[in-house]
Design a protein around this ligand. Structure first.
Ligand code: SAH
Ligand code: SF4
Ligand code: F3S
Length: 440
């Protein structure tokens, strides 16, 4: 690589889960602290950070087409850093496959990005996929400006080793951030404009502090931060839904009535082969307990169709589960074999055409469930946190307590909590009538 002038502008592109979005924001803040500014819309940036996702093959391959697209007509490229889970999983491989890349930085090492940029400017390529003992969080600048709904990563990594999943390899073992650091960062986020915090973790409900306090204790303390109106958390594992956390859904009004609790499949043989360590029955029992604590809770899930060996009859158990639960939202995916995971070499890999057909059937069931949930909300009065302007004049978009997208017209501003009545429902959003601008 040839030496280049130090970058003056940057663009961070994040793919994958919300934790990557959070990491992307923090990398942007870090670059800002170095005096590098966001590239204006439509202009090429001097430095591009591709913050990648490795969860499915399509997501992982995307990075290479993105790198290709950054090539200029004269064959040169801006400075490119590949960050995130593909960086962690493929490391040096990326350098070999993509000569235009000058930095590869794993999710636990991105606080070292400024040092790597200094190397790259000198013409040296650098790979850092360490999972260092010192935490990146301590080395990052304070939060300054965020939207009304902000993310806060409280826990990283996963010890569950579901047989299809790369996360335990790309993000490492479960680590919880300390209580006081999180309360500090939450306060900073509220000062910077957040009215809602979503606590993030690959296994967020496994969060524990050194004294053994669980996520519900953190939620209780965050709930009384002045100016913070709403708290959410994602993603949870069914086995880590403790009685304390379930009770928080009854006792903490700031904790929104929404729970994303992936189940992946509705058949116990498949769940066992996935190493999910829960059954459909134990999953449904948890949902019953949560509903007893908070009867209006909106439920959400993730599903994989076509796990190796899944038969038609086993897949149909998943359809039945979707009908039984009455989800408000769901994400469904075709199984994607990931290198190095146990499921990738299991017998009975399901043909693509069968997966396509199953996914279509599942998505039809999920759409019906979402529509039914939204229709059941019609006539309800609730608050909406206004997140952005709509396409039409005077139109606003925000979220209901049940995480539904709601649009309405009237006098409001981004960051307001307004009182509305829900008047029309589709599978993915609702319309509402503004009752009064009720900034809490
Ligand atoms: N920690 C969370 C989220 C993990 S990734 C959890 O345990 O639920 C988000 C979703 O991607 C998973 O819930 C799963 O549905 C899906 N997923 C993970 N690995 C996959 C694979 N190899 N193929 C298809 N979908 C996958
Ligand atoms: Fe992946 Fe399973 Fe861990 Fe979720 S619980 S991140 S699906 S290994
Ligand atoms: Fe993707 Fe890594 Fe998140 S693989 S889903 S970006 S933890």
């Amino acid at each position: 690589m040839r030496p280049t002038p130090p970058p003056r502008t940057y663009r961070v592109k994040s793919f994958g889960c919300q934790m990557n979005v959070y990491d992307g924001e923090r990398m942007a803040e870090l670059l800002g602290e170095q005096g590098i500014t966001p590239a204006p819309e439509g202009e090429e940036a001097d430095l591009v950070v591709l913050n990648t996702c490795h969860i499915r093959e399509k997501a992982a391959e995307k990075v290479y087409s993105d790198i290709g697209r950054l090539r200029r007509e004269d064959g040169t490229s801006p400075l490119i850093a590949v960050a995130g889970c593909v960086a962690q999983a493929e490391g040096e491989e990326i350098m070999k496959r993509a000569p235009a890349v000058s930095m590869v930085v794993g999710p636990q090492a991105y606080h070292r990005l400024p040092a790597m940029i200094a190397e790259a400017v000198e013409g040296r390529r650098a790979v850092d996929t360490d999972m260092p003992a010192e935490t990146k969080f301590d080395a990052l600048p304070a939060r300054r400006k965020v939207g009304p709904s902000a993310f806060l990563t409280v826990q990283e990594g996963c010890d569950k080793f579901c047989t299809y999943c790369v996360v335990p390899y790309t993000r490492g073992a479960e680590v919880s951030r300390p209580f006081t650091d999180l309360v500090e960062e939450a306060k900073k986020l509220v000062e910077a404009g957040a009215r809602e915090l979503t606590l993030l973790g690959q296994n967020v409900n496994a969060w524990r502090d050194a004294d053994g306090r669980g996520l519900e204790k953190l939620i209780e303390v965050l709930a009384v931060i002045p100016g913070l109106a709403r708290i959410r958390y994602t993603t949870s594992h069914p086995n880590d839904m403790t009685d304390g956390l379930i009770a928080a859904h009854r006792d903490v009004p700031q904790l929104m009535p929404f729970l994303h609790l992936p189940v992946q499949a509705g058949n116990d043989r498949v769940l066992k082969a996935m190493n999910r360590s829960h059954t459909t029955e134990s999953y449904l029992r948890v949902l019953d307990q949560v509903r007893a604590a908070r009867p209006d809770i909106a439920l959400s899930g993730d599903f994989i169709v076509g796990f190796p060996g899944e038969t038609d009859a086993e897949f149909e158990d998943t359809l039945r589960l979707v009908e039984q639960v009455g989800y408000a939202q769901c994400f469904s995916f075709k199984y994607s074999a990931r290198p190095g995971t146990p499921a990738a070499t299991m017998d009975g890999q399901v043909p693509a055409a069968v997966m396509d057909e199953r996914l279509q059937r599942l998505q039809a069931a999920v759409n019906a469930s979402q529509l039914a949930f939204n229709q059941a909300s019609l006539g309800k009065r609730c608050t909406v946190l206004v997140e952005r302007q709509g396409r039409h004049a005077g139109q606003w978009l925000g979220k209901s307590p049940w995480l539904q997208s709601v649009h309405f017209t009237g006098d409001a501003a981004i960051g307001d909590l307004v009182e509305v009545e829900l008047t029309e429902a589709g599978p993915n959003s609702l319309s509402a009538r503004l009752l009064e601008p009720a900034t809490v």
